[in-house]
Design a protein around this ligand. Structure first.
Ligand code: HEC
Ligand code: HEC
Ligand code: HEC
Length: 146
């Protein structure tokens, strides 16, 4: 009899723990953050909507930050459209690193510590655009901002 009672208590306890875990998991599960699909797209033009002159000495325009990389060619007049202009040199099979590899790396390395992940939820749809009706994924694009 004693053994049965013990087993009963154990089962109740196990059920309670399972219920608690499910509640916690429900709370911890992040909501989907999909610009243009589940939330408003605050960066419909891609690169230039983030890499812009935000004033107070925070000039994040790409021509300005690339000029700080020693040896980087001056892109001011060469590049007209972003990111297409970068592909002129950063293309698959070219002499310099391909753009997809390079950009995926800078925006995702170090996970949570990466400012792109911290401030922009690391959403792919900040740069890519998904048309859910057709299923087509395209690249956001815009004229340069300098
Ligand atoms: C939603 C905002 C956002 C978009 C869109 C975005 N970036 Fe970034 N990008 C960032 C952030 C944040 C960083 C990290 C800056 C830091 O390390 O402080 C970054 C870093 C970079 C860097 C490393 C050098 C630097 O300026 O810090 C390059 C190069 C870059 N981005 C290019 C691009 C290009 C090209 C596009 C468009 C295809 C693009 N980014 C789109 C937010 C964005
Ligand atoms: C005229 C050619 C040219 C154009 C246009 C160009 N780059 Fe570069 N880029 C280079 C060269 C050359 C290097 C140095 C070699 C290397 O690191 O692959 C480089 C290096 C870089 C680096 C640092 C090295 C690395 O591999 O992480 C980043 C970041 C970068 N480019 C981003 C861009 C972005 C973003 C654009 C478009 C706004 C762009 N570049 C346009 C030629 C170019
Ligand atoms: C900062 C902008 C940016 C972000 C964020 C970004 N991408 Fe990209 N992605 C690019 C660029 C630029 C290319 C190259 C476009 C080209 O070559 O025409 C590319 C290319 C690709 C490609 C085709 C080539 C390849 O690398 O296989 C895939 C697939 C892709 N991205 C998936 C993703 C996924 C999944 C995420 C989110 C985890 C993501 N991207 C986030 C900019 C970005």
């Amino acid at each position: 009899m004693k053994g049965v009672k013990k087993a009963g208590t154990f089962l109740l306890l196990a059920a309670a723990v399972t219920a608690m875990t499910l509640v916690l998991m429900g709370q911890a599960k992040p909501r989907a953050f999909l610009p243009g699909l589940t939330v408003a797209d605050e960066h419909p033009n891609g690169c230039v909507d983030c890499h812009k002159n935000q004033g107070e000495g925070k000039d994040y325009r790409l021509n300005v930050s690339l000029a700080k990389i020693s040896g980087h060619p001056k892109i001011d007049s060469m590049v007209k459209q972003l990111p297409e202009g970068c592909l002129m040199c950063h293309r698959e099979g070219g002499k310099v690193s391909p753009l997809n590899i390079m950009l995926h790396k800078v925006h995702y390395e170090k996970g949570e510590q990466n400012p792109f992940v911290q401030f922009y939820q690391g959403a792919c749809l900040n740069c890519h655009k998904l048309d859910a009706a057709s299923g087509k994924l395209t690249m956001k694009s815009s004229a340069k901002n300098w």
